[in-house]
Ligand binder design. Sequence first.
Ligand code: PCA
Length: 211
Amino acid sequence: MAVLLFGFEGFLEYKDNPAKVVVEALNHQRVGGHEVLSVVLPVEYGKAPQIVSREISSVKPVLALGVGLAPGRAKLTPEKIAINYKYSKEPDNAGVTARGDRLDDGPDGMFTNIPVEEIVDHLNSMGIPAELSLSAGSYLCNAVMYTIIREQRKHGGLGGFVHVPCHEKCASSIPRPIPSMSLDTMVRGVRTVVEYSLTKLSPTLMERSGR
Ligand code: PCA
């Protein structure tokens, strides 16, 4: 069974998205006995959730993890909850602005089933700065996280999301103070999130994945 990683293209003034670089760096690596497959998503409400659903239903990954840029954050921030809501003052890459609609007719919010509290402690113990986040926002990352969790619940897989800071290239292109982290640290961090999440597989999933 595979691990599906989702990253994003650039958006707004963040033309160079570290989330894209990070998932591409991990593509085809083996982590915990599973092959990582990475998909880079368009930052478009009309496309990204559909691509996520399609990929998950065809791959049925043991773990699906989204990775997105949260400009201004200084640490890796595993997300606890996805909300059934989209709202943004800024348009997506297709010029669409969400004005507070639901994503679907499901529950108001859904918790991730990866152990984010333990993951944060584990990352910090490795010297990778991490902090729990209780909001993935209401833009594309939240919409993708919501879709990941919904689709993974259908077949009993793990689903989660991690926001990353700007990398140096991204921070240098922004004309105001903004924290950054090296790509190397982010790649190690996201790899660790995958590895740690896989140690929490249920016995049933473990059997299905042949471990
Ligand atoms: N970050 C945005 C969308 C794409 C990305 O990398 C977000 O946090 O919603």
